[in-house]
Every structure is written in C-alpha cells, then in structure tokens.
Ligand binder design. Structure first.
Ligand SMILES: NC(=O)c1ccc[n+]([C@@H]2O[C@H](COP(=O)([O-])OP(=O)(O)OC[C@H]3O[C@@H](n4cnc5c(N)ncnc54)[C@H](OP(=O)(O)O)[C@@H]3O)[C@@H](O)[C@H]2O)c1
Length: 333
C-alpha cells in the first residue's frame, strides 16, 4: 500500500521525538525527514510502537519540504510560523504544534508570513472537528488547554456554568512540558521532591486560546489558570472548580453523553491519575459534586500525557483527518 511521506521540524525536541516515534510506527505513513537546530547531525533513538528507531537529524534548511505530504512543526513559538509559511509554499500541509497560530497567538505579535492565514482551525477534534480535514494548516492546541477544555466543554455548551463565575484551574505538569532546552530551574536537584506553582496571576501563554475557545462554546465566565511544576517526566493533571448556575444531579451523565462516541476521551468514576494516561492519546475525565458549600459547585478532573494527547498524538490525530485517514490510525489507545 502507498505510504505517505511526513516531515518533522524540531524533531530533536521532546514533542518532535514523540512525533518521530508515532510516525515511524504509523501504518500508513513514513518519516521523510527530521530536523534539528543546534543538534543537527545527531542521531536520536526513539520508541515507536514496540520498536526503537534511530532518527537522523538534518538542519531545517536542508529539509526537502516539498517531498512531504504533511509536515509537523514542533519548533518553539515565534520561530515556528516562518516555517509554516515555507512548508505551505513548498506545497505540503502543516500541523503547527507551537502557539503561533492558535487563537490569541499565545500573545505573540510576531508578523505572519504573507501565505499563512491569520485564522486556522484550532485542532482539538473532540470540540471543533469541523474544518480540520479541509485545511492545509492546523494549529495544534496547547497541552494544558487540551485537558481543561475537554473537561469543561460539555458543561459550558449546556449553559450549566454560572455566567458571572470565576472558574479556577489548578493544573500540574511533568517537566517535559517545558521542552528540552537547558534551564537552571529545571535541573534535577531543583525539581525532584519539590512542587511549586509558576506563571501565577493568570499570565500563562495558554490563557488566550482557552478563553477564546470557551467563548466559542458559549461561556461568559472568567477563567483563573494556575500551572504547577510536578517532578515527573510527563503527564498533566488539571483540577477545575466550577460554580454552577443551578445544582446538577448527575454531572457524570453530562460527560458520558458528550463523549460517548469519542475514542480518545475516557469518562471515569475513579478520579483520573497520570499512570492511567501516560504514553496514551487520551484525556481521562471525571466530575464530582462539591459538598458543604453554599454555591452549587462542581469539581472536574482531567489527566493527559502532555507529549501525546497534549502534543504529538493530537497532532497525528489532526494529520490523520487532513490526510483522509482514519482519525485513530497509528495512535496509542
Ligand atoms: N513539551 C510539551 O509538552 C509540549 C506540549 C504541547 C506543545 N508544545 C509545543 O511544541 C513545540 C516544541 O516543544 P518542545 O517541548 O518539544 O520543545 P524543545 O524540546 O525545546 O524542542 C524545540 C525544537 O526546536 C528546535 N529549536 C530550538 N530553538 C530554535 C530556533 N530558534 N529556531 C529553530 N529551531 C529551534 C530545537 O532544536 P535543537 O534541539 O537542535 O536546538 C528542537 O528541535 C513548542 O512550540 C511547544 O510550545 C510542547
């Protein structure tokens, strides 16, 4: 059977390596090229399916962009959008993992290349599947927003959230969420056996894409997002406090009905944990009614692997749609 050539820009990074493993094991695609910046010329060993694969990195400028049917850009925000333009000019489709093309552009004011549309589909298929398959370029959502939006969306769409509420999210991410570039605050001795918040005060780059998406879903409430750094390699657990417009008898039924036909959303009575989701392309969600408070309030929990459903897996899910393949092809359930 014809195998589809795929390129990965930024393949030496954490998201890029995860992409290389998924494409190497994909039943209908193969890796045409993988690029790096400072680590060009190096070979990385990645796990894909039940095997390990040696992936050689070439420089971004050496990449034969037009040889690929689709290219993933796993470059840092700011640097990515220029390469999205180059990929489109070479005639390939592109999934951008950075925040450069997401709603609000992560606060970036970096100019867009002339051939890159200002608005592209936000590739969170479970909520906004329409338009992804037809578009030559898709913005892959951030890792935190994927967990938070999937948990909140059914309640927002149904008008169950108090309109003047402050919805508060405390979310903790494993260290791979910060990327592979060395940073003093991410040294082992700083991170291990420690736990702390960062980006406090509602200033995280992921906020614009979340508020935009919640407005699209019909929400008018405020969102307060406080990320934390968890001393594990991968995984995100988001805990979301939701003041309700009125008491809700069975919040789990709302989640079950919304996601009954979504293979990558697991609705679970047991509170989700990172061990349930790592290395899998799933969001695992649960809801609990809060006791002993005067305002009817819900607690939502969502767990994902930041590098899979939060990055590379979701990007392959979008690519499958854009290439006319089964949405689940090559993705670890
Ligand atoms: N990590 C996550 O959990 C996650 C989740 C969702 C989305 N994302 C997004 O995915 C993208 C990649 O994230 P990551 O965590 O994989 O980052 P990373 O580990 O830091 O990797 C970045 C990649 O881009 C290359 N690069 C670095 N600076 C560059 C520059 N100025 N110009 C061109 N290339 C450059 C690096 O090459 P060298 O290594 O050779 O220098 C590497 O291949 C980012 O936009 C990030 O926001 C990440």
């Amino acid at each position: 059977m014809h195998s589809i050539p795929i390129g990965v820009l930024g393949a030496s990074g954490y998201a890029g390596r995860e992409l290389c493993g998924l494409i190497a094991a994909h039943p209908q695609c193969h890796l045409a090229f993988a690029t790096a910046n400072e680590r060009r010329g190096q070979t990385f060993r990645v796990r894909g399916g039940s095997r390990v694969h040696d992936i050689h990195m070439i420089g971004h400028d050496e990449a034969p962009l037009g040889d690929a049917a689709l290219v993933f850009s796993a470059l840092p925000h700011g640097a990515s959008v220029e390469w999205v333009g180059r990929v489109l000019a070479a005639g390939a489709k592109v999934v951008d993992l950075s925040s450069d093309l997401r709603p609000g552009r992560g606060g970036s004011t970096h100019p867009l290349p002339d051939n890159v549309p200002a608005q592209v589909p936000y590739g969170l298929p479970e909520l906004f599947r329409e338009g992804i398959a037809e578009s030559p370029v898709v913005a892959n959502p951030g890792c935190y927003p994927t967990s938070i939006l999937v948990a909140l969306a059914p309640f927002v769409r149904a008008g169950l959230v108090s309109p003047d509420a402050l919805v508060s999210v405390a979310a903790a991410s494993g260290v791979s969420g910060a990327g592979a570039s060395p940073k003093a605050e991410l040294l082992f001795a700083e991170v291990t056996e420690n736990f702390r918040a960062y980006g406090a005060g509602n200033v995280h780059r992921h906020l614009p894409e979340m508020t935009d998406s919640l407005h699209r879903l019909g929400g008018s409430f405020d969102l307060l997002f406080t990320p934390h750094l968890l001393p594990v390699d991968r995984g995100i657990l988001s805990t979301i406090t939701v003041p309700l417009a009125a008491p809700l008898a069975d919040p789990m039924a709302v989640l079950r009905e919304a996601y009954a036909h979504e293979p990558f959303v697991e609705v679970t009575d047991a509170l989700p944990a990172l061990a349930d989701v790592v290395h899998r392309n799933v969001v695992r969600v649960s809801a609990v009614t809060v006791q002993h408070v005067r305002t009817p309030t819900l607690l939502l929990f969502a767990a994902i692997d930041n590098l899979v459903k939060g990055a590379a897996g979701q990007a392959v899910q979008n690519a499958n749609l854009m290439l006319g393949l089964d949405e689940t092809a090559g993705l670890p359930l």
